[in-house]
Write a protein that binds this ligand. Structure first.
Ligand SMILES: [Zn+2]
Length: 310
């Protein structure tokens, strides 16, 4: 039995996910391009130039709105793919100084310490990175490092979703859902001509685009509801399991503050996939400061403080 188990190397699976992810980027961009082609040059673009003025104006507005949606979702997608989700800075530790950090690391190996593993604010150490990691961060086996406020590794964005790209990821989901629903609504009429035997120009393309976008809209609706609930509770996908056991959830600051923690306070930037330098600094500070850890230490009757491996 064991001689077979040793061949089940999860890291091979991680490499496979990375390879699959590169194909996914092309697939996503291909679907976006195909759907835009079905809606704009395939059907509504020509209607802008012929027929009654009202229809031409309506088609122009539709083309404009759909093109803006396509640009926004592509921008959000590429941001989620390309930016660093938030690596733990080298040498970071939660202790007052380096000497204490070194001593705690040594104690961790020998001391018979008690650590409340249910508390997400406990001091934590990553065996793979051989480094301390802040609360809410986790080691990502695919990217090979610890990620701040890690949510999950996403093969669609070929990147770990964490502190700095979660906003872009959610915006990508939202824009894609709206664009998918709009594409379905816009292409119903040309698609029906495909079944009525009056094969109009672009009807086969419209049919394929409606099928693909229907699948995306249904799955994205479920995904959006799930992430909206987690955003409202200030909880990541990984933490969903921890949250069930911990009451009250220590990071829940109320819906408004939880929302602003991810999306910022500027209403304009709620729609745009980037942070200002100041917003980025505040986000990193919120993850890297040790205030919660200090409260954990003061509230625990620990004679010896150890760490939680991975
Ligand atoms: Zn790590």
């Amino acid at each position: 039995m064991w001689k077979y188990i040793k061949y089940l190397n999860v890291f091979v699976f991680c490499k496979f996910l990375k390879l699959l992810g590169n194909i996914m980027v092309l697939l996503v961009l291909g679907i976006v391009g195909f759907t835009w082609y079905a809606v704009v040059p395939g059907y509504y673009g020509p209607l802008m130039l012929v027929g009654p003025a009202g229809r031409a104006l309506g088609s122009t507005l539709l083309v404009l709105v759909f093109s803006i949606l396509a640009i926004m979702l592509t921008w959000c997608y590429l941001t989620a793919v390309l930016i660093d989700p938030g690596q733990v800075p080298p040498g970071w530790h939660p202790f007052p100084d380096d000497a204490v950090a070194a001593r705690e690391l040594e104690l961790m190996q020998y001391a018979d310490y008690y650590i409340d593993r249910r508390d997400p604010r406990r001091p934590r150490f990553c065996k793979r990175c051989k480094a301390w990691k802040p609360e809410r961060s986790h080691h990502c086996s695919v990217s090979g490092h610890c990620v701040l406020k890690m949510d999950h590794y996403c093969i669609w964005v070929v990147n770990c979703v964490g502190l700095l790209n979660y906003k872009a990821f959610l915006q990508f989901l939202a824009y894609t859902f709206v664009a998918s629903v709009m594409a379905i609504a816009c292409l119903i009429k040309p698609m029906l001509s495909f079944f009525q035997g009056t094969v109009a120009s672009g009807s086969a393309v419209a049919f394929i685009a409606v099928v693909i976008n229907s699948a995306f809209a249904v799955s994205l609706a479920g995904f959006l509801v799930m992430h909206a609930n987690m955003l409202a509770a200030n909880c990541t996908t990984i933490e969903m399991y921890e949250k069930e056991r911990i009451h009250p959830w220590p990071y829940n600051k109320g819906f408004k503050r939880n929302f602003e923690e991810v999306f910022g306070k500027s209403k304009l930037r709620w729609l745009l996939p980037y942070y200002t330098a100041e917003e980025r600094r505040q986000l990193l500070d919120s993850c890297l400061n040790a205030r919660l850890l200090q409260s954990y230490q003061s509230s625990s009757n620990l004679n010896t403080l150890g760490g939680d491996a991975v």
